[in-house]
Design a protein. Structure first.
Ligand code: MG
Length: 385
């Protein structure tokens, strides 16, 4: 029996993790979980999952919940997330938080001797170096939940890392893959949120529409699989059937295929090296018939090129890229800026940021704050024009 702490339980990955756990009550038990502000979703979760401890974002919610559930313990805020991660009565932290807020709980979990199943890619984009060092120092494992990285992880099984030639990360191209840059000028939030293949949370769906998400996934792969950026390629693949591939030195390419359903990567991250049955959408290659692959156009998707640039230069630039994106992405969703301004903000933030090495958590927090302030100032100035 694996005991889990689940962070971000009310989101898309969180609810699907609960579904996987409920399909295998003999394998997994969730002992603690967190949600942000969605208390209605939490109440539904607590009908199905009996946990001892819950963390919510607001203190007022924690107080009210304690009255409704006197037998449970309620924590709150970012400190509460870290307290959950540091508990000594569980085996694997499932991190399904969205954004940089996921970094500290991941680090704390590793430092207190836990393995992590990671859906929070921002953890590795921002703090990949520190997480990488902590994993080696504390001899812990990180299992990818992102579908592309789960695919790569599966394609690596039984082969030698030294014989990998390159990773091929597939990209659907998101909601606007058939539009020119000219046609992107006036797109709405609703249009951006309608992803053709995957049903995901709002932030990542926007990140997919401008391909910041794919750029993040390149960085994520760099840290997860210990390969330099010249050995990580992106391939456009609109059907989202091949979830990613690994090419070996003999040019053999191994691909992982399946339906666009996150429950497989979630389950595999929790059961590796074993496989278990999973009730999933029916997947039939003969119904799909044809698969397409193309080179990405980095002029059309400049944020993909930016992620390579920031990753190769290293230091604080990945953290700046991430925090500028968090602000710009949220501003677009609130209708404050047009879609293409997301790119302008992030590119300018990375190019204007004074370069700094990152050796400590404080260095990361400084870089994160710099990117946030830069993006907010940019948006304020744009609003005054
Ligand atoms: Mg992905």
């Amino acid at each position: 029996m694996k005991r889990l702490v689940l962070l971000g339980a009310s989101g898309s990955i969180g609810t699907q993790t609960i579904d996987v756990v409920l399909q295998h009550p003999d394998l997994f038990e969730i002992i603690a979980l967190s949600v942000g502000h969605r208390i209605d979703v939490l109440q539904k979760i607590l009908e199905k999952v009996d946990v001892k401890v819950v963390c919510v974002q607001a203190e007022a919610d924690a107080v009210k919940l304690k009255e409704a559930y006197p037998d449970k313990e309620f924590l709150h805020g970012d400190a509460g997330l870290e307290t959950l991660a540091e508990r000594n009565d569980y085996d694997v932290l499932v991190n399904a938080l969205v954004g940089f807020v996921g970094f500290m709980p991941t680090l704390k979990a590793i430092e207190t001797g836990h393995d992590v199943a990671l859906a929070n890619k921002e953890t590795l984009v921002v703090g990949g170096k520190l997480i990488y060092e902590a994993l080696h120092k504390y001899n812990r494992s990180l299992y990818p939940i992102d579908s592309e990285h789960s695919a790569i992880f599966q394609c690596l099984q039984g082969n030698k890392h030294s014989q990998v030639r390159r990773l091929l990360i597939t990209a659907s191209g998101g909601s606007f893959r058939n539009r020119t840059r000219d046609q992107l000028k006036d797109v709405t939030v609703e249009q951006a949120l309608a992803h053709p293949n995957w049903s995901m949370g709002a932030k990542i769906t926007i990140d997919s529409a401008d391909m910041m998400n794919k750029g993040f996934e390149v960085t994520e792969a760099h840290w997860l699989f210990d390969l330099d950026y010249d050995h990580i390629d992106v391939v456009m693949h609109p059907e989202s059937v091949v979830h990613s591939m690994v090419e070996y030195v003999d040019h053999s390419i191994i691909a992982q295929m399946g339906s666009a359903d996150m429950r497989l990567p979630i389950q595999y991250a929790l059961t590796w090296p074993e496989r278990y049955p999973l009730e999933e959408k029916k997947f039939d290659l003969t119904e799909i018939g044809t698969l397409h692959f193309e080179k990405p156009d980095t002029r059309r998707f400049p944020l993909l090129a930016l992620a390579y640039e920031a990753g190769k230069k290293g230091g604080n630039l990945d953290a700046v890229m991430n925090s500028a994106n968090e602000v710009a992405n949220a501003a677009f969703r609130k209708g404050e800026i047009p879609f293409l301004m997301i790119e302008d903000i992030i590119i300018e933030a990375v190019h204007k940021a004074p370069f700094r090495e990152v050796n400590t958590v404080q260095d990361l927090l400084d870089a994160d704050a710099w990117g946030r302030e830069f993006a907010l100032a940019y948006i304020r100035k744009a609003g005054e024009k």
